[in-house]
Design a protein around this ligand. Structure first.
Ligand code: PEP
Length: 269
């Protein structure tokens, strides 16, 4: 199975100049791998998710490369256009050349009160505009301490059940167009990580839960996210339940991002 390593740049870098420096580093390193015939991208799909303001420029530079791009969010209100100040629609994102969007990141849930209802709308808009969706789920520290991880995840995954109830025609697109990213909120940007065994068990649960919604989604791609870095990537990559990583901080340096991709690519040989 192809692994996925996705860089969530969040509200970074600060300037277009810095975006270009990061892209220069990434493209040069990916090209060097290609020349050396160690093509990471053959066994690991690389993707970056810049902030919306940089998406079109990033896609212009990624044209012809093996690196894909994603938005970090899309509008719940309309798939195309409308009076929704501050929003970017799925159609507008796709028009920049991006092929995916992150949805339901814990920072969107925390700072923008993202609900399951709005996520069903966003998923519908993404999939009908041919954008893949990386749906983020995960428990807070308090929920982890109270051993509620699997219950929290089940509630968050119910958006897929609701989506299928409302849009049964979308089922065929899900195996190719939906990725789940398990990101414990307490591990994001903190340097704290769950054990690989804990992540593995949770991923197994997610895969089983998804399969219980529909036969067509019985082999869901599930990524781990939360303080993945060049030093710990090997351990996550070694577990067959972990299909890749969603990476925040360590994706802002080409070197660490590619080290993580290499870990997953080597584990996939
Ligand atoms: C994230 O925000 O999706 C993330 C995984 O961040 P970090 O890698 O910095 O913990």
């Amino acid at each position: 199975m192809q692994a996925w390593v996705i860089g969530n740049w969040k509200q970074n870098p600060a300037t277009s100049h810095d975006v270009n420096v990061l892209l220069d580093d990434l493209l040069v390193a990916v090209d060097a791998e290609k020349q050396a015939a160690i093509e990471v991208s053959k066994r690991c799909t690389l993707m970056v998710a810049p902030s919306c303001i940089h998406l079109a420029a990033v896609n212009a530079r990624l044209k012809g490369s093996s690196i894909l791009s994603a938005a970090q969010d899309i509008s719940a209100h309309s798939a195309s256009t409308g009076a929704y100040t501050g929003d970017c629609s799925a159609q507008q994102v796709a028009d920049t050349g991006a092929t995916w969007t992150i949805l339901g990141h814990s920072e969107r849930r925390q700072y923008h009160n993202e609900s399951n209802d709005s996520l069903v709308k966003k998923l519908t808009h993404a999939l009908t505009q041919n954008l893949g969706a990386i749906l983020c789920i995960g428990e807070t520290q308090a929920q982890y301490d109270a051993k509620q991880t699997l219950d929290v995840i089940d509630t968050q995954l119910s958006v897929i059940k609701d989506l299928l109830a409302q849009q049964p025609d979308l089922i065929a697109s899900l195996p190719e167009r939906l990725i789940i990213a398990y990101e414990p909120v307490w591990a994001i940007g903190t340097g704290k990580v769950p054990t690989v065994a804990e992540v593995s068990k949770t991923h197994q649960h997610i895969k089983q839960k998804m399969a219980s919604f529909a036969e067509a989604i019985d082999s869901m791609t599930v990524l781990y996210g939360g303080s993945v870095n060049a030093d710990n990537a090997d351990s996550f990559a070694s577990d067959p339940m972990i299909d890749g990583a969603l990476v925040g901080g360590a994706s802002l340096k080409a070197e660490s991002f590619l080290m993580i991709a290499k870990a997953f690519s080597s584990a996939n040989i």
